[in-house]
Design a protein around this ligand. Structure first.
Ligand code: HEM
Length: 489
């Protein structure tokens, strides 16, 4: 440690509790955005001795979380999530080291940029099924979006077809993820700040968090074991359906091999993490797209005009059209920027004392990049609160000089989201399919007057749109026939 180095600036705290009362727990990114204006683009504070460093500019996230990634890729100890809820099976939360690396490598084999094209047929088939569900119950579009991504992930990872939205695998996973989104926010549960509380007996008054943790633990265990067990069973019966889990199981060492237990556990965890990482995030992103379309009819019309001229009205768009659809690609980018799905990404931890710009960043500091502030910087994105795909275009093509939302939307450094290629493909596919056959409009009041929608968001590790309504109707009878035609094919 270099003696005398100051800590980065931040709000003054109290003895022992530090900034416990200042630390925002809801919509943290908005409060941190205000702090950046007072203290600058790196803000340091402590809560019960635990240091936090919040980064509010791309320059800082690049210098610290990208360039010094070897020192900033650890995760905080999260007693609620890891010790009490069994989420240590999810490599997104485990410490930086060889166990994490083995999981990440296994995951990467199946989801790297050159591998994800294998999943295009699944994405399109589920996309068509989604269009058909919208035809029957358009008012349930938010639910259909959840069903859509659950079905894509379950098919890719386990070869399990989810035709029914109360599929037991999906219900379990959804409930488990609800627990994750609550317990994944640093400081949300006091036990994360005072780990000693994990030894409090469940029956004690104030120990409600332990009873909640026990319920969530069962769900997270079932979520990992049950579908994986199902795939093992199908392999034994000789009915194997191609999937990530099936390839992983088939590559496992023999049952009597000493490496088997560890390898099987890595495979099971890797499969489960695809659902955990990919469901809520992509769902929220597509729901934001629906909200944007209902709020910005001009954007919708321009996107549809591009689809009409490139794809025509006799077929649905597919992945081969992507390069010829710059406006649609701009809509995908703007959706990822406009309302950040993971506004604070996930906590990174500094592994050893570091010095940056004359400040000390002590070992153990929890470092968070506030992607929301970076993607709403008016110096970079003019009128950042507006949904404007045009900002990504120049002379009718994607402008490579505009800062891509993926520089922060998917996190940082060695921990950057390994599912980002799959998610990008899914968003492109759904946005182009939906706009080619549907109009999305705001709801109307009793007299038929269109209501004004606001981009209200939920608070949590994943921020999605607050519930909203939209009217979703086929663009024409030809469009409706096209949707129904996919069913026949
Ligand atoms: C809109 C879609 C998505 C967004 C916004 C998103 C965002 C993120 C973010 C912010 C992180 C934390 C990165 C960090 O620590 O700096 C992350 C990690 C992760 N994501 Fe995603 N993600 C998305 C989709 C997906 C999908 C589809 C999958 C799986 C198929 C996935 C799997 C993962 C995994 C496994 C990690 C943990 C990485 C690690 O700790 O090494 N994500 N994601």
């Amino acid at each position: 440690k270099r003696p005398g180095l100051p800590l980065p600036p931040g709000p003054k705290g109290y003895p022992i509790i530090g900034n416990f009362f200042d630390m925002p727990r809801e919509f943290a990114w908005l409060e941190y955005d205000r702090w950046f204006k007072v203290y600058g683009d790196m803000v340091y504070f402590k809560v019960f001795g635990q240091g936090f460093l919040i980064l509010g500019s791309l320059a800082k996230t690049t210098d610290i979380l990208e360039k010094r990634s070897a020192n900033y890729s650890d995760r905080p100890s999260m007693p609620m999530l890891l010790d009490l809820m069994n989420w240590d099976s999810n490599f997104a939360f485990i410490p930086y080291g060889s166990w994490w690396r083995r999981h990440r490598r296994t995951f990467h084999q199946h989801f790297h940029s050159g591998a994800v094209h294998k999943y295009h047929p699944i994405q399109l088939a589920e996309g068509y099924a989604f269009l058909r569900r919208l035809l029957v119950t358009p008012e349930n579009f938010r639910h259909h979006i959840r069903h859509l991504f659950a079905a894509i992930i379950m098919d890719i990872t386990y070869g399990i077809k989810v035709s029914d939205s109360d599929d037991p695998y999906v219900t379990t996973a959804e409930e488990a993820l609800h627990g994750l989104s609550q317990a994944g926010i640093p400081g949300r549960f006091l036990v994360d700040v005072l780990p000693i509380l994990k030894y409090v007996p469940s029956w004690m008054p104030g120990a409600g968090f332990k009873r909640e943790a026990a319920r969530w633990k069962k769900l997270s265990t079932d979520m990992a074991y049950k579908p994986f067990g199902h795939v093992k069973e199908t392999i034994l019966q000789g009915n194997v359906v191609p999937s990530v889990a099936a390839s992983l199981i088939e590559a496992l060492p023999d049952e009597d091999d000493a490496r088997r237990v560890e390898e099987e556990s890595i495979s099971r965890n890797t499969a489960a993490v695809a659902y955990a990482g990919g469901a809520d995030t992509t769902v929220a992103a597509l729901q934001f797209f629906f909200l944007a379309m209902a709020m910005y009819p001009d954007v919708q019309q321009k996107a549809q005009a591009e689809l009409d001229s490139v794809v025509g009205s006799n077929r649905l768009p597919d992945f081969y059209d992507r390069e010829s659809l710059p406006y649609i690609n701009a809509v995908v980018k703007e959706t990822m920027r406009w309302q950040s799905v993971a506004p604070m990404a996930t906590s990174h931890v500094c592994s050893s004392d570091d010095e940056y710009n004359g400040y000390l960043i002590p070992k153990g500091t929890i470092v968070l990049g506030c992607g929301w502030s970076i993607l709403h910087d008016p110096e970079v994105y003019h009128s950042p609160e507006e949904y404007k795909p045009e900002r990504w275009l120049k002379d009718g093509k994607l402008d490579p000089d505009v800062q891509n939302p993926s520089v922060v939307a998917f996190g940082y450094g060695r921990r950057v989201c390994p599912g980002r290629y799959l998610s990008d493909d899914s968003l492109y596919a759904m946005i182009s399919l939906v706009l080619s056959v549907y109009n999305i409009k705001p709801p109307v009041d009793d007299r038929g007057k269109e209501l004004h929608l606001e981009p209200a968001v939920t608070s949590g590790m994943i921020a999605g749109p607050a519930p909203f309504q939209a009217r979703i109707k086929p663009r024409s009878s030809a469009a409706e026939a096209l949707i129904r035609g996919q069913e026949l094919e």
